[in-house]
Write a protein that binds this ligand. Structure first.
Ligand SMILES: [Zn+2]
Length: 349
C-alpha cells in the first residue's frame, strides 16, 4: 500500500467541494488594523513567492485563480468582531472559520492539561467543580478519539498536539505537521465510519448513524485505493465482521466526542449539561489550512515580532483555536474600536 500523503483532490473525499457550496461571497467580511495588515501583506508575499516558484518549476503561468487555489482558502475570514479582545481591536483574524474549528489539543490522552474552547458561562460563575470535571472529561474523550484515529491511519497512536511557543527546533513547519498529522488521521477515520455532511454542520438534535458494516468495509477499501492510509498494513481485515463491528462502535463513540468539542458559536456547561445549537462535522477533521499558508504566517517577522496562532499559542488550557491568528502583545498598545474596518483598510487577498 502506498505511504504517500492522501490527495485532497481525491474523489473519495474532497472537503473543498463542500466549501464551495456554502461560500460564494467576499472572503473577508470585516477589516484589520494597519499593524496586522503589515503582517498579512508580508505573509501573502511569501506565499506568493512559493506559488510562483512552483509554477516556474512546472513551466506553468502564474494566475490569480491559480494563486487562490494554491492558498486553498475558500471560506470567509473574519477580522474585526465587536465581542472579544484582540478581534475588538482589529488585531486578530479568523481564517476560513467554517473549516478551522476551536478544537481540543494536548500531548496525549493520559497527560493533561488539554486545551480547547472555554464554555461561555465559565467567565460568569459557571466554573463549578461539576462543570469543570465534565469539561475535562469531554476533552479527554476527544484526545482518545485522536489516538484511535492515529492508530487506524498510521498504526501508532503516538501524537503531540501540545501547545507551546515556537523554538528553533519547533519550527512553524514542525508545528503544522504535529497538528496536521492528527487532522489527516481524523478525516480518514471519521469518513470510514460516517458519511460526511455537505456543509460541515450538524444540529445538536440530529442523530447521525454510522455506516453499516458493509458500508465501512467499502469505505476502507476506497480509502486504500485513494492512498489515504499512511501505514503498510490495514488495521484489520475488511472481511472480519467482528473487527468491523468493533470499529463501528468505537468510531460512533469518537464521532460523538468530537461533536461535543467542536461547536459553532459560544456554548455552555450547566450542571454538567452542555448547551449548544450545532457542531462541526468530525468528517472534516480539525483544519483546512494548507501548510505553506500557516508556515508563512508564522515565519513573518515585523520589528522582530511574530504573529500568534490560536492553535498553539493560547496556553495549555485554551489553545486549539485553529482559525485564529493575532498580533499578541503588539496589540496591547492598540485601542478597542467599534468600527468594523478599523483603519479604513479592507485586506483583500
Ligand atoms: Zn479569532
Amino acid at each position: 500500500m502506498p505511504r504517500s500523503r492522501p490527495s485532497r483532490r481525491s474523489s473519495y473525499f474532497n472537503p473543498n467541494d463542500a466549501t464551495k457550496q456554502v461560500v460564494s461571497g467576499p472572503h473577508i467580511i470585516t477589516g484589520v488594523t494597519a499593524e496586522l495588515r503589515t503582517f498579512l501583506v508580508a505573509a501573502q508575499r511569501d506565499i506568493f513567492q512559493g506559488y510562483a516558484a512552483r509554477q516556474a518549476q512546472r513551466g506553468d503561468q502564474v494566475t490569480k485563480n491559480g494563486f487562490v487555489d494554491y492558498c486553498g482558502v475558500i471560506g470567509q475570514h473574519k477580522a474585526f468582531q465587536p465581542r472579544d479582545g484582540k478581534h475588538k481591536k482589529g488585531a486578530a483574524i479568523d481564517i476560513d472559520a467554517k473549516f478551522n474549528p476551536w478544537t481540543v489539543v494536548g500531548a496525549k490522552s493520559d497527560t493533561p492539561p488539554f486545551g480547547g474552547e472555554t464554555p461561555s458561562n465559565f467567565r460568569t460563575g459557571g466554573k463549578t467543580p461539576a462543570n469543570d470535571a465534565e469539561l475535562k472529561r469531554m476533552r479527554t474523550a476527544a484526545m482518545i478519539a485522536y489516538e484511535r484515529a492515529l492508530n487506524f491511519t498510521f498504526g501508532t497512536k503516538s501524537m503531540d498536539m501540545s501547545s507551546r511557543p515556537l523554538t528553533s527546533s519547533d519550527s512553524p513547519e514542525n508545528t503544522f505537521e504535529r497538528y496536521d498529522r492528527v487532522n489527516r488521521a481524523l478525516r480518514l477515520y471519521m469518513n470510514c465510519g460516517f458519511e460526511s455532511t455537505k456543509n460541515n454542520s450538524i444540529a445538536k438534535t440530529a442523530n447521525p448513524q454510522p455506516r453499516s458494516l458493509d458500508g465501512i468495509r467499502d469505505a476502507i477499501m476506497n480509502a486504500v485505493e485513494g492512498g489515504f492510509f499512511e501505514r503498510t498494513e490495514l488495521p484489520f481485515s475488511p472481511s472480519d465482521q467482528a473487527a468491523l463491528a468493533q470499529f463501528q462502535s468505537e468510531v460512533a463513540e469518537d464521532y460523538a466526542a468530537m461533536r461535543k468539542v467542536c461547536i459553532y458559536g459560544s456554548w455552555t456547561l450547566d450542571k454538567g449539561v452542555q448547551g449548544f445549537t450545532s457542531s462541526r462535522d468530525p468528517c472534516y477533521g480539525i483544519m483546512s489550512h494548507r501548510k505553506h499558508v500557516v508556515k508563512c504566517l508564522l515565519h513573518v517577522r515585523v520589528n522582530n515580532k511574530r504573529l500568534r496562532w490560536g492553535a498553539v499559542h493560547f496556553g495549555s488550557d485554551e489553545s486549539g483555536d485553529m482559525m485564529h491568528f493575532d498580533l499578541g502583545a503588539i496589540a496591547d498598545s492598540l485601542k478597542s474600536t467599534t468600527e468594523p474596518n478599523p483603519d479604513g483598510i479592507f485586506f483583500a487577498p
